[in-house]
Ligand binder design. Structure first.
Ligand code: PEP
Ligand code: MN
Length: 355
């Protein structure tokens, strides 16, 4: 893919690129107050949702077209660039008519190839020349995400970036949307030129997670951050738990450590060699575990026993998670890993059983 830079004139190329602003444009006053405060802190790109896809009816579904002139006013008053989410072709035409600089496709849009296609065509017809960002689809499907990027590309869009906003799960213990960092990292591996932007607000769903998620994204070499910021977060009409004031945002941005990514030091090479060896050991151990698992499968077959024995599995989970915690390994990670190992063991045992 031959992409062009998403950087706008006057926005410097330093990492991270920051897009900040409220989840939704609510009133002219709220938009202007937030924008002026953000601009004073040096922010260059303002975000605000005009059309809001809400999970359930009854929530605030966005102010609609009447909010677009407020974004124009933000441009006039503060000099910031402005961006919003588009979910259908009418949104595109309205946004272009109102000279919005950056557009993005939300997570509930990038799941839908028809919607993406319609938007891609509308962008082409309207001659939109600004950056178009594609949020990951709500479900953890890398191909669907890539498909959305390709649909834009095929309609001639070249200033494409992606936003990692996490993936929906039933279980919302820590994160509102599971980060599953390996998915955006794989996307970046396949398309090294695509700018990768992290949306800590929608991943975390809570104010206190914004800073650590930003840092994690920078440590993973992300190019930018899109962060929800509201002049009075507690009174926000949407996503109030995750919005932070422009002051707090500025504090967080100043605290972030931007690591040097260009050169690899000797030490790093050595450490990476160690990681390679450990991974090889891990694989060997896993393969051994699977062999034993197959032997157990053989035993179960001979004694006509069922493959899945939930009591034993519960014991394993509890015991290993306890052990892992003592060794400084997170419970959530351990659970996911054990589940994956268990699933593969069961698959192998079933293979034995049916052989
Ligand atoms: C948003 O950016 O406010 C939004 C609705 O995000 P997402 O599409 O990631 O849910
Ligand atoms: Mn939001």
């Amino acid at each position: 893919m031959e992409l062009q830079s998403i950087l706008l004139p006057g926005v410097d190329a330093q990492r991270p690129l920051v897009i900040a602003g409220p989840c939704s444009a609510e009133t002219e006053e709220q938009v202007m107050k937030t924008a002026v405060a953000l601009a004073e802190k040096g922010n260059k790109i303002f975000r605000a949702g005009i059309w809001k896809p809400r999970t359930k009816p009854g929530g605030f579904e966005g102010i609609g077209v009447s909010g677009l002139p407020w974004l124009q006013e933000v441009k006039r008053e503060t000099g910031m660039y402005v961006g919003t989410e588009v979910a259908n072709k009418n949104h595109v035409f309205e946004a272009v008519k109102h000279r919005i600089d950056i557009l993005w496709l939300g997570a509930r849009t990038s799941v839908n190839p028809f919607a993406v296609q319609e938007i891609a065509e509308a962008l082409k017809v309207s001659g939109f020349d600004g950056p178009v960002l594609v949020k990951n689809p709500v479900n953890p499907d890398l191909e669907l995400w890539i498909g959305a990027i390709e649909r834009l590309y095929n309609e001639g869009i070249r200033k494409i970036g992606v936003i990692h906003r996490g993936f929906s799960t039933y279980d919302k213990k820590l994160y509102r949307n599971l980060p599953s960092w390996h998915i955006p990292i794989e996307l970046k591996r396949r398309f090294p030129n695509i700018p990768l932007i992290c949306d800590p607000s929608h991943i975390g769903g809570k104010r206190e997670l914004v800073a650590p998620l930003c840092q994690q994204a920078l440590d993973l070499n992300y190019d930018g951050l899109i962060i929800e910021s509201h002049c009075s977060p507690d009174e926000a009409w949407s996503d109030k738990e995750q919005q932070i004031t422009p002051d707090i945002l500025s504090y967080i941005l100043n605290m972030l450590v931007v690591r040097e990514t260009k050169h690899t030091t000797e030490n790093l090479v050595q450490l990476r060699q160690q990681i390679d060896e450990i991974d090889a050991d891990l694989l060997g151990i896993l393969a051994k575990r699977m062999r034993i698992s197959r032997e157990i499968g053989q035993y179960k077959k001979e004694h006509n026993m069922p493959v899945l024995q939930t009591v034993r599995y519960d014991e394993i989970l509890e015991n290993r998670i306890g052990q892992a915690e003592k060794m400084g390994i997170g419970e959530n990670f351990m659970k996911i890993m054990l589940e994956a190992i268990h699933e593969e063991s069961i698959r192998q045992q079933i293979e034995v059983l049916s052989s």
